[in-house]
Design a protein around this ligand. Structure first.
Ligand SMILES: [Zn+2]
Length: 105
């Protein structure tokens, strides 16, 4: 079975090649969910429910994404520095700075 709704065969941002693709879960309208992933992380999904292609993964080489991660890193550095100066016990500082609490960013 071939992907028929996702037309991009290269990442439109960095020209990366297709890394993986799949077709899953047939909709009652007879169309399938289509997924295509590119080497850079850019991912597309065709939804038969909405009959449209959505971007579900960002290109790691996208300047906007790189800027977003840079700002997140700067914010996290400021936050960790702020926490380190708080007048609280070290155990609670560890709790606040535990990556499981701050989440993946
Ligand atoms: Zn890309």
């Amino acid at each position: 079975m071939d992907i028929k709704h996702i037309k991009d065969t290269r990442c439109p941002i960095c020209n990366s090649e297709v890394d993986d693709e799949s077709i899953r879960s047939k909709h009652t309208n007879g169309e399938w969910n289509e997924y295509r992933k590119f080497r850079c992380g850019y991912r597309l999904h065709f939804s038969p429910n909405f009959m449209r292609v959505d971007i579900i993964g960002t290109c790691s080489k996208d300047p906007k994404v790189m800027e977003m991660y840079k700002k997140r890193d700067e914010a996290m550095s400021k936050l960790l520095k702020y926490i380190s100066k708080l007048d609280i016990d070290d155990k609670f500082k560890e709790t606040l700075t535990n990556r499981n609490n701050t989440g993946t960013y």
